[in-house]
Design a protein around this ligand. Structure first.
Ligand code: UDP
Length: 476
C-alpha cells in the first residue's frame, strides 16, 4: 500500500507565528487531503487561550505535538524580542529533534517527506539531512521582506555605516527604494546579536529546497519576480498567500464590539489596533486619544497598557493583569461615549475588519493585519512600530497606494492634529475614496489567487514535485 505523504511543520513562538503556520497547514491539507501534517509546537510558558482554541478546530489529518514550554525566567533578560524568541527556540531544539525522530521512525502508514519551518525555527533545518527529508521555510511575511533578507549579506558587504545613515535610498531587488530607517527593524543596529543572527539566517535560507511566502503575485509582483530570477541563485520561492485567520474561531462568541458595530453606518468606523503585542508610550496614547476625538469620526480602539521604551512589550503576553483603560486621558471615555468604543487588549479582528461598518484600519502593519485588511478590502492608516512593519508601510502607501502614513515629529511622536488629519483624509477625502477603490481591487485579486489563481498553483507545483520524487522513489 502506498503510504501517505507526511510533512512536519515547525512554527516559531508567538501568536502571529503560530496561527499563520496552522492556517498554512490547513490550506495544504485542504488542497491535498491525502497529505498528513504534524505541527510541532514550541512555546514560552503555557499557550494563550486564543491559540489553544484554534487547535480544537484542526482537521484530523493535522496532528500536533506540544513541546515542553520554555520558561521565560530561564532566558537572559533584556535582549530584543527577536533574540529572546531565538534563544527560546534554541532551548526547544533537543525536543524538536526527538519529535522528528519519532515521526521518522513511525512510518507504518505515512512517510515523513519534508520539514517546513518558521524563520525562528531555522536551526531545525539541520535535522533534515539526518532524517533524509526535504527542507523548506515558511516565510510568514511579505516577499518584500524576504527579498530584503536574502539581499542582506550583499548589502552588508557593500555598506560601512548603519543603514539609517545611508545618504541614498536602499534598492532591495524588486522593491520601491526605501530610506534606511524604514529598512528591516532587526537590521537597524549592525553591532547587535540579532543582526548577526539575521545574516546567519539569510545565508542558511539559500541552501534549502524552497521557501513558501505568505503573499500573492498580484500584491507583490515585482519583488516576487526578483526572487524568482534564476540568476540570483535563490531557492525556489512559492507565493502561497494570502493565508490569514478565517475568523471562524470567533463565530458564535458574544463580542460587545460586534454588537456596537451593528449600530453604526456602513463604512463609518475606523478600527485602531497594534497587533497581538504592539504598545505605545503614555504620551503617544494621549495624543492618539485626543487625535481620534478631534477627528470627529467613529472609532473602535483596542487599547493596551503603555510602555515607554518597548513597542512590542505585550508580544509575549506579559501584560495580562493591568486594566489598559486606566491609561486613557482623563474624561476621554465619557466625552467619546457616543463617538467610539474602546476594548481592552484584544478584539476579534478578522470579524471586525469584515464588518460593513468598518471603513478604515489604523494598523501597526504587522503582516497578518496587513493581509487581513487586504482580504476584507479595508484601506489603512499605517503606524509601524517594529520588525519589518516600516517596510510593509512603504509597500502599502508608496507602492500599492492603499494607505496613508502620518508624519512623526522630531521626538518620534505622532501629534493629535496629524492623527485627526490622516483620519479625515482616509475616511472622508477624495484620496481616501481612491485608496478604498484600489483596496477593493486588491481584495478581488486576493480572493482569485486563492481560488484557481497564483497561490493555488504555487501549492500545486510543490505538491507535484513531492509526489513525483516519491513516485520515482528517489531518496531526498
Ligand atoms: N489580533 C486579533 N485581535 C487583536 C489583535 C490582534 O485577532 O486585538 C490578531 C490579528 O488578527 C492578526 C494577529 O493577531 O492575525 C497579529 O498579527 P500581525 O502580524 O498583524 O502583528 P504582530 O502581532 O505579529 O505584531
Amino acid at each position: 500500500m502506498e503510504k501517505a505523504m507526511h510533512i512536519a511543520v515547525i512554527p516559531g513562538i508567538g501568536f502571529s507565528h503560530l496561527v499563520p503556520m496552522l492556517q498554512f497547514s490547513r490550506r495544504l491539507i485542504e488542497l491535498h487531503p491525502d497529505f498528513h501534517v504534524t505541527c510541532i509546537v514550541p512555546s514560552i510558558g503555557s499557550l494563550p487561550d486564543v491559540s489553544k482554541f484554534i487547535f480544537q478546530t484542526l482537521p484530523p489529518n493535522i496532528n500536533t505535538i506540544f513541546l515542553p514550554p520554555v520558561n521565560l525566567s530561564d532566558l537572559p533578560q533584556g535582549g530584543s524580542l527577536a533574540v529572546q524568541i531565538h534563544l527560546a527556540m534554541s532551548h526547544s531544539m533537543p525536543s524538536i529533534h526527538e519529535a522528528l525522530k519519532s515521526l521518522a521512525s513511525d512510518e507504518t502508514e505515512t512517510t515523513l517527506k519534508a520539514i517546513i519551518v518558521d524563520a525562528f525555527a531555522s536551526e531545525a533545518l539541520d535535522f533534515a539531512q539526518e532524517f533524509n527529508i526535504l527542507s523548506y521555510f515558511y516565510f510568514p511575511t511579505a516577499a518584500t521582506t524576504l527579498s530584503a533578507l536574502l539581499y542582506l549579506p550583499k548589502l552588508d558587504e557593500e555598506t560601512s555605516c548603519e543603514y539609517r545613515d545611508l545618504p541614498h535610498p536602499i534598492k532591495v531587488p524588486g522593491c520601491v527604494p526605501l530610506h534606511g530607517r524604514d529598512f528591516y527593524g532587526p537590521a537597524q543596529d549592525r553591532t547587535s546579536q540579532v543582526y548577526k543572527l539575521l545574516l546567519q539566517h539569510a545565508k542558511r535560507m539559500r541552501c534549502i529546497d524552497g521557501i513558501f511566502v505568505n503573499t500573492f503575485l498580484e500584491m507583490e509582483k515585482s519583488p516576487l519576480t526578483a526572487l524568482q530570477d534564476k540568476d540570483r541563485g535563490y531557492p525556489p520561492v512559492y507565493p502561497v498567500g494570502p493565508i490569514v485567520q478565517t475568523g471562524d474561531d470567533a463565530k458564535g462568541l458574544d463580542f460587545e464590539c460586534l454588537e456596537w458595530l451593528e449600530k453604526q453606518k456602513v463604512g463609518s468606523v475606523l478600527y485602531v489596533s497594534f497587533g497581538s503585542g504592539g504598545t505605545l508610550s503614555q504620551e503617544q496614547i494621549n495624543e492618539l486619544a485626543y487625535g481620534l476625538e478631534l477627528s470627529n469620526h467613529k472609532f473602535l480602539w483596542v487599547v493596551r497598557a503603555p510602555n515607554n521604551t518597548t513597542p512590542y512589550a505585550a508580544y509575549l503576553g506579559v501584560q495580562n493583569d493591568v486594566d489598559p483603560l486606566q491609561f486613557l486621558p482623563c474624561g476621554f471615555l465619557e466625552r467619546t461615549k457616543e463617538q467610539g468604543m474602546v476594548i481592552p487588549s484584544w478584539a476579534p479582528q478578522v470579524e471586525v475588519l469584515g464588518h460593513s461598518s468598518v471603513g478604515g484600519f489604523l494598523t501597526h502593519c504587522g503582516w497578518n493585519s496587513t493581509l487581513e485588511s487586504v482580504i476584507k478590502g479595508v484601506p489603512v492608516i499605517t503606524w509601524p512600530l517594529f520588525a519589518e512593519q516600516r517596510m510593509n508601510a512603504v509597500l502599502l502607501c508608496e507602492c500599492l497606494k492603499v494607505g496613508v502614513r502620518p508624519k512623526v515629529n522630531e521626538k518620534g511622536l505622532v501629534e493629535r492634529e496629524e492623527i485627526a488629519h490622516v483620519v479625515k483624509h482616509l475616511m472622508e477625502g477624495k484620496e481616501g475614496r481612491e485608496m478604498r477603490k484600489r483596496m477593493k481591487e486588491l481584495e478581488e485579486a486576493a480572493t482569485n489567487s486563492l481560488k484557481d489563481g497564483s497561490s493555488t498553483n504555487a501549492f500545486a507545483e510543490v505538491a507535484f514535485k513531492w509526489e513525483d520524487l516519491a513516485g520515482e522513489n528517489k531518496s531526498f
